[in-house]
Design a protein around this ligand. Sequence first.
Ligand SMILES: C[S@@+](CC[C@H](N)C(=O)[O-])C[C@H]1O[C@@H](n2cnc3c(N)ncnc32)[C@H](O)[C@@H]1O
Ligand code: SF4
Length: 488
Amino acid sequence: MEQYALIFKGHSFGYEVQATAKIFIPSVRFILCENGEIPPNIENTILTEIIHENDTVVNVEIHLHGKFWKESKSISGAAAKNQLEFALCSLLYEGLQDLTGYTPPWGLLTGIRPVRKVIQAFDNGLTPEQAFQTLQHQYRISDKKMKLALETALIQKDILPHSPQEIGLYISIPFCPTRCNYCSFVSHSMDSAYQLIPEYVDKLCQEIAIFGRIIEKYHLLVQSVYIGGGTPTSVTAEQLDTIMQTISEHIDLGHAREYTVEAGRADTITKEKLQVIHDRKADRISVNPQTLQDSVLQAIGRRHTAQQVLDAFALAREMGFDNINMDLIAGLSTDTFEGFSDTLHKVMNLNPESITVHTLTVKRSADLYHSDEIRTQISEVEKMAELSANLLPHGGWMPYYLYRQKNTIGNLENVGYAKAGKENLYNILIMDETQTILGAGCGASTKIIDRDGDIHRVMNYKFPFEYISRFEQLMQKKIQIEEELEKL
Ligand SMILES: C[S@@+](CC[C@H](N)C(=O)[O-])C[C@H]1O[C@@H](n2cnc3c(N)ncnc32)[C@H](O)[C@@H]1O
Ligand code: SF4
């Protein structure tokens, strides 16, 4: 594999420079040279330099795959730190754009939360038009992406809660019947973890009960409940009932605006489980096709057919579910633009209340990134994302949450589209990071947002065996959670 060196001189913006370089060369482990020395025998080098003389000079020199680019900019007067950082990253962006011929749709915006930037601009008194102009100019974001971020922010700003006492609750059931081969989430296949489930359910219920006491003690108001995974419907109807009964017995849901069970995979959805979800008053479920092309479902190891998705959806509707989400992925192995378009149209015909369009997250080596194959793949996925952004609003599904994945091809986005009034608060909260979320179960994290907006995280153990065997230690962490909540 080719090596890439990042060389820094006269500044400490290593993190920002690296993030900018990764827009063009993702998933590469750079050799960081902070003393300004150019390592021997490395052909790909990126030098960023700040020279303080009468004026400040920002200098970038790039050797990439046999091509060379060099440019300097002078900044007169005393430049602030963030001004220097921005000047350096902008120049680097220009150089890499020139050398690779690639114009990233999100420009030089590296964060995973573009919508937050728009909401911050609103908080600073900018109108939507001003926010659009300012952010687009600053970060060189394409018209289409800027429009998407602005529309999403306008919907979110009326939904976001305002009091620190208002919280979300996440319950993790991290099991799946089998593992899909593209999946980037922590989940455990039933083959390996099946025997752990009864004890897992038992411990999870204990943790939920403890959270119930904490919620009561600190007068917290649960606004959203999300049972996610993995695939929560991997467990039996009885186990699901036990968990949901514990929630209703220990958590005051009087203030809840929504209650989701991410059913997910069609091969786990049964009438009995849907009945439990319905009886226990959850009002939103997911039935996720990812794709409705049988050959693609087979290629991604999903182990169910398109017909099973249609049947599960019809069953849920028949049983009265009137808030169903469907997840899709653009860019799945063997899928084509035509295949994705067909899936999207079929899903729209089903008329679910929300449709979430993910772009496939895959980490690729830097060498491949410049190849025609990857270029074609990015533009195919980009076209699929664009088709969704064009078609869904016409059918009444508007973008209400959006996030990007780091270090992935194209740095593209995942977007949740929903009919008016069916936006999922929890999905907004998880990205917005301005509201406390208590997380129960393995792999879950608790995020407490204090009055200054600072985030305090407490992580649960990642694996079911650890969660079960170290449960006592886990309970000790609740003290930390209580200490943070005291300060709210
Ligand atoms: C935590 S998964 C749970 C959903 C449920 N287990 C299912 O598979 O239907 C949430 C969603 O993340 C998306 N996802 C998982 N891995 C992904 C990847 N590598 N790239 C893009 N989206 C992915 C899928 O759309 C999936 O429905
Ligand atoms: S069922 Fe869902 S969570 Fe499980 S492996 Fe597949 S995509 Fe991942």
